[in-house]
Write a protein that binds this ligand. Structure first.
Ligand code: PLP
Length: 388
């Protein structure tokens, strides 16, 4: 089996797995109970994990809020920021068409509650135009938040984050970037230059366990910390109630330390493996790269294979674990909203996403390419199509 679906979930890194197992087996205390020794020991592990995550982002521990993953963090930023800003009559959100469903669905849910949402279009390679963001901000001075993802999970396209950040800075509006697919793949600068005010991360997209993530909120960000989505025992400085998933958080922190340390080497290797895989499929099959060819993350290759429906291809090549640009539902097959927003229409059904990780080997990439070549040739010949 050749796993080429690292954009969906990554295998856990060995040290992250060991740390998570150790914490799960040994530290039974509640990290917010300071009156007993077990709680204090757990609290120290949570504090250490917070420092590791903050260090990996080059930021302060007090700016980190642990969550159950990026879905929760995205829901929290969108809803919590708009709820808080509504008190000052800011009831407008700006986002863009290729966001993850956790952003888009959160935005849609607000519409029913009297909020307004502008969803900006993208160009044919999936990029939002920062001038559109600036224009939307000028037209709507009641904007409470701009949310534009850092890296798209289907195409790997990198958004013009610094330019969007600058437009938001001029307007004094907080800027959130979903950095779930960016962390560990492209440089994330959160320094004093133009950068987001809030980012979301998910542990399992970068070598950590499932069920942990974080929201980073810059100290002094214009909108402040979003109003809580979860109310209860006052954890996370009153911003996100609920006992922390300590084992997953400790595993995430360990993964972030290792991913940060290996960043340069790992990303260079990912880019070269991706190019090796892509070149073979483009040259031998006439596959077409979807998304931005220059400004993109190194772990995702989104390819249209003309004449071959992606779901058929993946079914006929079960040894290759990858994703399609369309999803089956009870009612039929839906094309991905990302590809539709980029203007792909019917062609979306021919798009596959191959995504690699640090564990992927040269041999696996070569074998996957050969398997896909054979399967595409035979599917095309059944349809009376020729492979160039
Ligand atoms: N945002 C992006 C860009 C993603 O790729 C994903 C996962 O597919 C998510 C958010 C959701 O992450 P999680 O699985 O941690 O909820």
């Amino acid at each position: 089996f050749i796993y080429l679906n690292h954009a969906a979930a990554t295998p856990i890194l060995p040290r992250a797995a060991a740390v998570a197992a150790d914490v799960a087996g040994r530290l039974y205390g509640n990290p917010s109970s300071t009156t007993d020794f077990a709680g204090r020991a757990a609290g120290e592990v949570a504090a250490h994990a917070r420092r590791c995550c903050a260090d990996s982002l080059g930021r302060r521990p007090s700016e980190i809020y642990f969550t159950s993953g990026a879905t929760e963090a995205n829901n929290w930023v969108i809803k919590g920021t708009l709820w808080r800003a509504a008190r000052s009559a800011r009831r407008h959100l700006i986002t863009q068409a290729t966001e993850h469903a956790s952003v888009l669905e959160s935005a849609h849910s607000l519409r029913g509650d009297g909020f307004d949402v502008t969803i900006l279009p993208v160009n044919s390679v999936g990029m939002v135009d920062p001038a559109d963001v600036a224009r939307a901000l000028r037209e709507r001075p009641d904007t409470a938040l701009v949310s534009v993802m850092w890296v798209n999970n289907e195409t790997g396209t990198v958004q013009p984050v610094a330019e969007v950040a600058e437009a938001c800075r001029v307007a004094g509006v907080p800027f959130h970037a979903d950095a779930t697919q960016a962390y560990g793949r492209v440089p994330i600068g959160l320094g004093p230059g133009p950068a987001p005010d809030l980012i979301t991360l998910s542990a399992h997209k970068a070598g950590g366990p499932r069920g942990a993530g974080l929201l980073w909120v810059r100290a002094g960000a214009p909108g402040g910390v979003p109003a809580p989505l979860l109310h209860g025992g006052g954890q996370e400085r009153g911003a996100r109630a609920g006992t922390l998933n300590l084992a997953a958080i400790a595993g995430m922190a360990a993964a972030m330390v290792d991913v940060g340390r290996d960043f340069e080497q790992a990303t260079a290797r990912l880019a070269s493996l991706r190019d090796r895989l892509e070149t073979r499929l483009v040259e031998a099959l006439g596959a077409v790269v979807v998304g931005n060819r220059t400004q993109r993350a190194p772990h995702i290759s989104s390819l249209r294979v003309p004449g071959v429906p992606a779901l058929e291809l993946l079914k006929a090549a079960p040894r290759v674990g990858a994703a399609a640009g369309a999803a089956c539902h009870a009612a039929g097959i839906d094309p991905s909203h990302v590809l539709v927003a980029m203007g792909h229409g019917e062609q979306s059904f021919e798009v596959i996403r191959l995504s690699i990780g640090p564990q992927t080997t040269d041999a696996e990439v070569d074998e996957a390419a050969e398997l896909l070549l054979q399967v595409v040739r035979s599917l095309r010949s059944v349809k009376g199509l020729r492979t160039p």
